[in-house]
Design a protein around this ligand. Structure first.
Ligand code: GRF
Length: 190
């Protein structure tokens, strides 16, 4: 499937997909200076920069981004470290074809950008990551794949997040393969 990957940060999930030979036909970012965008440039991947400053609203930015992804022939949108809520219009433009990766075992620690800090703050012994379909309800769409990750004594947000990322790099490809199989079989994704 032709993937469009949405990024705002480090881009380790993007790099992992590219390294595993997924067909990434477009990378969109709201932060042209982030490391993920730098990686896209380095690899010559088509990069669209959709800075919020250039648009009157998030809905307008997302509409422009959806149009650009469509033009690029994107069949599945992968939010891999995208740090904004996608507007309803964007989700509607790709019905059941937008997935997100979130660094917790949803529905725990949904919403917000600090799921890893929240897990540490709550003292949970196990957290993890989730790939889910994006719907208009934030972090609440149907779950596709999850992985558990132990919280260890002395963990910092950084050390725990690294352990979670390690599992993300396994389950995001797994979720995409799952979607490809279901789409191929003409089955619903939920
Ligand atoms: C991941 O932990 C993902 O779950 C969250 O943002 C982080 C992105 O990491 N949504 P990276 O930019 O792919 O390294």
């Amino acid at each position: 499937m032709k993937l469009g990957v949405l990024v705002s940060g480090r881009g380790t999930n993007l790099r992992n997909l590219v390294d595993r030979d997924f067909e990434v036909v477009a990378v969109a970012t709201n932060r042209g200076g982030c490391p993920a965008a730098g990686f896209a440039r380095e690899r010559g991947l088509p990069l669209g920069v959709f800075s919020q400053k250039a648009y009157a609203s998030a809905a307008e930015r997302d509409a422009a981004m959806a149009g650009w992804l469509r033009e690029a022939g994107v069949e599945l949108v992968v939010a891999a470290g995208w740090d904004r809520v996608l507007s309803d219009g964007f989700v509607a433009a790709f019905p059941d074809r937008v997935v997100n990766i979130h660094p917790s075992l949803l529905p725990a620690f949904a919403g917000g950008m600090d799921a890893v800090e929240q897990a540490l703050g709550q003292g949970v012994k196990i957290t993890g990551c989730t790939v889910h379909l994006v719907t208009s309800a934030v972090d609440a769409g149907p779950i596709l794949v999850q992985a558990a990750v132990p919280v260890l004594d002395g963990d910092t947000p950084e050390s725990l997040h690294e352990r979670i990322r390690h599992e993300e790099h396994r389950i995001l490809p797994e979720a995409i393969h799952l979607i490809e199989r279901r789409v191929e079989a003409g089955a619903a994704l939920r």
